[in-house]
Each structure stands twice: as structure tokens, then as C-alpha cells.
Design a protein around this ligand. Structure first.
Ligand SMILES: Cc1ncc(COP(=O)(O)O)c(C=O)c1O
Length: 355
């Protein structure tokens, strides 16, 4: 393994610019192939340089999860932002949204009458979409209830332009076709419900990284994958990326051979603690696909090594985090390499922008 920056203390996150660009170009092609616009979720990278690459590759705007992320990307010149989250808009958030709406075309989300009225009281005339639950059972209303909520939102003074869903139950092995079909069915029913209440849906937004390649372009107008510029161990294990396309890794040092295992200095404070029930470990090693991270604490990743001699103490390995969004949110900067050479350092400008 080539360490792009041998002097740099580990653990740190490194991004391969060639792979990043290839992943961005490929997703633009996937969206074009499905006949939908691409509005990447910027919560994954939180980094203006990467947002610029996505927009240059044809993304119509960005998705964000918080007002603070929207503020960051608007300040870095993104003119079109969708906050895909059912915000509770109190007076303080209302003030921030009013300022933001002067700087960017802002689309917001509602999934309750109370939320819609609170938003309308603070930011009258806001452009909104209604969130629909397509099977993840997180937030969003049942598809059949969309029109009634949209009517109340419109009567409160909001501009209702469509519907959206996040098919988060696509995060399981072998379900992507089925989940994409559920997403399309829920969105189609929700859009019809809007129409039946006299509101024309121009935005029908869906998409997750695992299910985006199966998105139904006859129903959806746009998709919002986030993870795809980097990829991560979840996508690797779901088969929605391959290890040779993973653009972000955490460089970690072997600090111990205790118990005949490999202990690395990239713990949950570096790669984040996410672990789905179906994941084979707490992350993967890019150059050693047979190794498994069996135990993770704040500063230790204990790794079992079935094939060959253990890597030497002091050597450096490339760890692939399970869930890249949370790993990126733990670091101030990303080291950027091209052809093994460090070419830049990008600040994670929206790190911790959670409000
Ligand atoms: C509302 C919403 N849209 C889009 C995304 C991006 O999907 P993914 O993380 O699969 O790339 C997420 C991710 O959590 C999300 O919550």
C-alpha cells in the first residue's frame, strides 16, 4: 500500500481524486440513464470542493439535512438547495431561513400540519415538498394522506411543489429492486393524491445510493444519493460498489499484535461506530478483503487476519469505514491524492453543521 503522506499522524482520511471524479461522473450517467435529475445529498462529504465537482457534472442542485448545511453550501455559491428534512421551524430557525432564501432557491420539507403551519408563520411563501413514507418508517406521511396535508400547507401560504421520500430500507442485502418499486409506488400514489387535491406535483424526489440504479424514471423527477462519491464498506458489502471504486479510506497504523490479531489506531472516533446487523464487521481493509474488524472502541480497531503473516507493527493500512457520512463528520479535513501523490487538502466546511 502506498501511504500518500508518511509523516502525517494517523488516523486520517484520504480521498483519491481520480476515483472520486469517476464516481461522480458515473452517477451523473446513472441519473441520465434513469431519466431523472441528480440532486446529491451533501451531508456525505460536507465539502464545497466536492459539491462543485457534482454541480459541474450536471447535478441540478444539492440536498442537505440541516439549515446549517444549507448555510454552508449557500455561502460557497450553491444556488439551489433542498433541505430534505421535516424541520421544526421556530423563530430562530425562521430568521435563518429567511436570510438563506435571499441567497439560494430553497426547497423545504413538511410531514405534518403543525410543521407546515409553523413554517408558514415564520417563512411565508416557502417552497415545500411533502415527505412520504415509502417503507423505511422514519418520517413522512402515508402516500394517501399527502394531498390533504398539501392542501393545508397551501392554505397556510406555502408553495407546495411536490413530494419526496427516502427509501432507507434499501440498506439490506438483495432488496434494491423491491425497494425501488416500493419507492415508485409510494411516490406515484402521493403525486396522484396531490393532483386530486388540485396541486400539480412538479417535483417527485427519491433515491438512495443502494437503490438509485433501479430508480423508476417514469415516476421520479429527481434522485438524491449521497454516499456514492466515496463509497464505503456498507456499499461494498451490499454490492452497490466495488473495492476498486472506493475513493475514501482512513489511513491507520498497526499499534499492537495482542492476541495474534492486528490492532489499528482507527477506532470509532476516526471511522464512526455504525454497524448494520448484516455487516461483516466494523469496516473493511481495502487491501486485505479477507480481514475483519471484529471489535471497535474509541481508539482501537481489532482485526482478525486469516490469510498470511500479520502486517508489521508500525505499518499503515487503508480502512474503509462502514458509513462514510459519519466518518467524514469526525474530521476537519480530507487529504486529497492523485496517483499516490498528495495534491490538496479540503476542509470539511460543514462538519458538525447539525442545527
Ligand atoms: C432524506 C435523504 N435523502 C437522501 C439521502 C442519501 O442517501 P444515501 O445515504 O443512501 O446516499 C439520505 C441519507 O440518509 C437521506 O436521509
Amino acid at each position: 500500500m502506498a501511504d500518500p503522506l508518511e509523516e502525517r499522524p494517523t488516523p486520517y482520511l484520504v480521498v483519491d481524486a481520480d476515483l472520486l471524479e469517476a464516481n461522480i461522473a458515473d452517477m451523473a450517467a446513472v441519473a441520465a440513464d434513469r431519466g431523472v435529475a441528480l440532486r446529491p445529498h451533501a451531508k456525505t462529504h460536507k465539502t464545497p470542493e466536492i459539491a462543485r465537482l457534482q454541480l459541474a457534472a450536471g447535478a441540478v442542485g444539492l440536498t442537505v439535512a440541516t439549515v446549517a448545511e444549507a448555510e454552508t453550501f449557500a455561502a460557497h455559491g450553491c444556488p439551489d438547495l433542498f433541505v430534505a428534512y421535516p424541520l421544526w421551524v421556530d423563530p430562530a430557525k425562521g430568521r435563518r431561513l429567511r436570510v438563506l432564501s435571499e441567497r439560494a432557491l430553497l426547497t423545504l420539507a413538511v410531514d405534518s400540519v403543525e410543521g407546515a403551519r409553523a413554517l408558514a408563520a415564520q417563512v411565508p411563501g416557502s417552497r415545500v415538498v411533502v415527505e412520504v413514507d415509502s417503507g423505511q418508517h422514519r418520517s413522512g406521511v402515508a402516500p394517501a394522506e399527502t394531498g390533504a396535508l398539501a392542501e393545508v400547507a397551501a392554505a397556510s401560504g406555502l408553495e407546495v411543489v411536490g413530494v419526496f421520500t427516502f427509501p432507507g430500507h434499501s440498506y439490506a442485502p438483495g432488496v434494491q429492486d423491491e425497494v425501488a418499486a416500493q419507492e415508485a409506488a409510494a411516490l406515484a400514489e402521493a403525486a396522484a393524491s396531490l393532483t386530486a387535491h388540485g396541486i400539480a406535483p412538479t417535483v417527485v424526489s427519491g433515491g438512495s445510493t443502494p437503490s438509485v440504479a433501479q430508480a423508476h424514471g417514469d415516476v421520479l423527477t429527481e434522485v438524491r444519493p449521497g454516499v456514492y462519491p466515496f463509497g464505503d464498506a456498507q456499499q461494498w458489502e451490499l454490492g452497490t460498489t466495488t473495492p476498486d471504486r472506493i475513493a475514501l479510506t482512513c489511513i491507520a497504523t498497526v499499534v499492537s499484535h495482542a492476541g495474534g490479531r492486528v490492532v489499528l489506531d482507527a477506532g470509532s472516533k476516526a471511522i464512526a461506530p455504525d454497524r448494520s446487523a448484516w455487516a461483516t464487521g466494523h469496516g473493511r481493509l481495502l487491501d486485505h478483503p479477507d480481514a475483519r474488524l471484529v471489535q471497535l472502541s474509541e481508539h482501537h480497531a481489532v482485526t482478525v487476519w486469516d490469510s498470511g503473516p500479520l502486517p508489521a507493527l508500525g505499518s499503515r493500512l487503508r480502512v474503509v469505514p462502514n458509513h462514510v457520512c459519519n466518518a467524514v463528520n469526525l474530521t476537519d479535513e480530507l487529504v486529497v491524492v492523485r496517483g499516490g501523490e498528495v495534491v490538496d487538502t479540503w476542509r470539511v466546511a460543514a462538519r458538525g453543521a447539525n442545527t
